[in-house]
Ligand binder design. Structure first.
Ligand SMILES: *Cc1c(COP(=O)(O)O)cnc(C)c1O
Length: 404
């Protein structure tokens, strides 16, 4: 295991030398930066063995296929899954929509219930609203407590014999809450429901072992874990994927095509219609390699250290209120500050070179629950430091004094 040193780590990220100082990037929950190893891998594919995959018998075509499948294997190992259960998608959003179309629309009917939570990202909510409308199923919610946790005190209220599908966020992109997904999955399975976990925020920060958590589906994005944009993963249990109808159809996902009909390729290819995002998949493989080299445990502990420091510091600021201030959380914090609109705060901070997010973070149900229109959000990753957090807090105090 390499020594974990964020200042050293920054040297792996070209953007840190390309942007004039100060550069305090605290919007990692929206997207992370990319290390050279990922950028080089994209470049290497396009400049050294650019070809379509799974078709060519010539050398570079075989090399491209090998690199694409190697990336799948790296990602599968990273989350404790088989290669055949790893589907390359465009992102977490597409992964979830794939299940909402190919599984939910074919398996739900009007007596069924889909269970989500008030903490979901719109990506893991709107697809279920539409699937419910399309099938006549009803959409139920596990409520959010004031402390930013899910209200699971009386699970029988939500899990019953009508519950057929349960979709839950692993780590909140707004409150940072890490949900007890293993319990939730168990409760879902006890009533015979299938599960999907939205791991877009968790996977970059902590160990994910799908053979242990036993979810039926699991979705995440490459660009929130140092990989390129335009690639995400859907994990599905092979026996479920095998039985599902395809999502998109076209080349590559078929076994045979007659004039009137077609049969499907084996998994995962059945769900990868058309030319896939070859370069991005290879790039994501490189990102996983980089994370493995740094050590996911190191990354996890460093995230815990940063969020603890940030909460301590932010709590010292007059008039600042943190949303969902509790312990079981990842390195992201939402807050509001008296008399300053989040939009104004973000603009003032930008003048000091600080990038934070202001808005609803694709989670209007959480905003409704908190009774706010928007929040400010800072989110941290491996290249952030305690100095970044000091800079953030100083700039917040300076801005607050302007608005007083
Ligand atoms: C970012 C995010 C998504 C959507 O991911 P995309 O990469 O935009 O498809 C879904 N859920 C959570 C929790 C997220 O943070």
């Amino acid at each position: 295991m390499k020594n974990f040193d964020p200042i050293q780590i920054r040297k792996d990220f070209p953007i840190y030398s390309n942007i004039e100082k100060p550069f305090v990037y605290l919007d990692n929950a929206a997207t992370t930066q990319r290390p050279s190893i990922v950028l080089n891998e994209l470049n290497k594919y396009y400049t050294q063995f650019n070809a379509n995959v799974h078709r060519a018998i010539y050398t570079i075509g075989e090399k491209a296929t090998q690199a694409y499948e190697d990336a799948r294997e790296k990602i599968a190992k990273f989350i404790g899954a088989d290669n055949s259960s790893i589907i390359f998608t465009r992102g977490a959003t597409e992964s979830i929509n794939l299940v909402a179309y190919a599984w939910a629309r074919n398996n739900l009917s009007s007596n069924d219930e889909i269970l989500v939570t008030e903490m979901e990202h719109h990506s893991n909510l709107v697809p279920w609203q539409l699937a419910a409308k399309a099938t006549g199923a009803s959409l139920k919610y596990i409520p959010l407590n004031d402390d930013g946790t899910l209200d699971l005190n009386d699970p029988d209220k939500y899990f019953n014999n009508k519950t057929k599908f349960v979709a839950v966020i692993h780590q909140s992109n707004v409150l940072g809450t890490i949900n007890p997904i293993k319990n939730i999955i168990e409760m879902a399975h006890n009533v015979g429901a299938k599960t999907l976990i939205d791991g877009a925020q968790w996977v970059p920060h902590g160990h994910t072992d799908l053979s242990h958590i036993n979810s039926d589906f699991y979705a995440f994005s490459g660009h929130k874990m140092l990989g390129p944009t335009g690639v995400g993963i859907l994990y599905g249990k092979p026996e479920i994927l095998d039985e599902m109808e395809p999502f998109q159809t076209g080349g590559e996902m078929i076994k045979s095509v007659s004039m009137q009909d077609a049969t499907w390729n084996e998994i995962p290819y059945k769900f990868e219609a058309g030319t896939p995002n070859i370069a991005q998949a290879i790039g994501l493989g490189a990102a996983v390699q980089y994370i493995n080299d740094l050590g996911l445990d190191n990354i996890h502990h460093y995230g815990e250290r940063l969020i603890k420091y940030a909460l301590d510091k932010l709590n010292q600021i007059d008039g600042l209120k943190i949303h969902g201030n509790q312990n079981q959380r990842g390195p992201v914090v939402s807050f509001e500050i008296e008399d300053v609109h989040p939009q104004d705060l973000a603009q003032f901070l930008d003048q000091d070179g600080i990038a934070i997010r202001a808005g609803q973070h694709c989670t209007q149900p959480i905003m409704n629950k908190l009774g706010v229109f928007a929040t400010s959000r800072a989110s941290f990753y491996i290249y952030n430091t305690e100095d970044d957090i000091d800079t953030l807090c100083e700039s917040i105090e300076k801005t607050a004094s302007v608005f007083k």
